[in-house]
Design a protein around this ligand. Structure first.
Ligand SMILES: [Zn+2]
Length: 327
């Protein structure tokens, strides 16, 4: 079993990546194409087929026993369909069936990208050794996933743990999802930048108005930039505290581009968490940055496809309980 490989697909609004992943989470073969996100559904599928053909050309392909897909959501794992918000040509697109056909009948597992990232962090990253964890991606959007009782918890449709769209501001701004005051509407990269600009922050000579530029300004002491990150941290903290109170998690892992802000995000996040996570069983929650980086989607999709053999059983007993350094 240890030598069996798992094929993985990571489907996002900007790129489609494919890989063969081994039992240690190492990527042996990789291919990628830009996502033709504004084109029709068949054109997007053609990019997927090209990625699969390139990975499938490897002599290692015959060792693949299953294929995992992590896709931008929403996904419907039960129906095998995807409807990524940023890929309008795919609405209820039967991706699982099409990939199965393209790969000659490999068993295919579909999860949302937040769930895939969670599988990667539990297997190889900061949530390793934790039986109960919330992992989240904070970038253009805010996604997430849950590990409960030692196992990935994708939920019936593969979207469980989608913390970006729980409301933390009852009368807050409308969210593109149709809700109001969602975590994503306050804490995503574009919203951090928007709030800073509205507050009077101005970019440098390079005109960069990304959240990364706001983070750089915050590091130099810009009060508006700092305040925008503090507000984002507050929303994340409220969402994390709610999750911890509901299902008792030991760690909240935060990844994605916005997490690269480092202390600019994590210091106010831990401070805010003390305000919202007050009960005895949530007070000692660890918050840690994600460790799996840019390949989290592929590694996580592979982990999700190999659910039966990925969990803590593979972790040597002496490292299983070593918690990541709390920053
Ligand atoms: Zn929303």
């Amino acid at each position: 079993m240890h030598n069996d490989l798992v094929a993985a697909l990571d489907i996002g609004g900007t790129k489609i990546a494919g890989a063969l992943v081994d039992g240690d989470g190492k990527i042996l073969v990789q291919a990628r194409r830009p996502t033709p996100a504004t084109e029709d559904g068949e054109s997007v599928m053609r990019a997927v087929t090209e990625v699969l053909a390139e990975v499938g050309a490897s002599p290692l392909w015959t060792r693949a026993t299953a294929l995992g897909i992590g896709s931008a959501g929403p996904v419907d794992a039960a129906a095998g369909t995807v409807s990524p918000v940023n890929v309008p040509g795919w609405r209820g697109f039967p991706l699982v069936e099409r990939v199965r056909l393209a790969t000659g009948g490999l068993p295919v597992t579909l999860v949302g990208d937040g769930v895939a990232m969670t599988a990667a962090e539990h297997w190889q990253g900061a949530a390793r050794g934790y039986d109960n964890a919330l992992c989240m991606v904070v970038s253009t959007g805010v996604g997430g996933g849950l590990v409960l009782g030692g196992k990935l918890h994708p939920g019936p449709s593969g979207n469980s743990g989608h913390i970006g769209h729980i409301s933390v501001d009852l009368d807050g701004d409308l969210c593109p999802c149709g809700g109001r005051g969602c975590v994503e509407r306050i804490a995503s990269g574009p919203n951090i930048a928007r709030r800073a600009l509205e507050g009077g922050w101005r970019p440098g000579p390079d005109g960069d108005t990304s959240a990364a530029a706001v983070a750089a300004a915050a590091r130099t002491g810009d009060a508006v930039a700092i305040a925008s990150f503090e507000r984002a941290a507050q929303a994340l903290a409220a969402g994390i505290a709610a999750t911890a109170t509901l299902v008792e998690i030991g760690i909240a892992v935060v990844g994605g581009g916005v997490a690269n802000a480092g202390d600019v995000l994590f210091l106010p996040l831990r401070r805010s968490l003390r305000e919202y996570a007050t009960l005895s069983f949530v007070r000692n929650l660890t918050v840690a940055p994600a460790l799996t980086g840019t390949n989290a989607g592929l590694v996580g999709a592979a982990a999700a496809a190999a659910l039966g053999r990925v969990p803590a059983a593979q972790i040597p007993a002496d490292t299983a309980m070593s918690a990541p350094t709390a920053l």
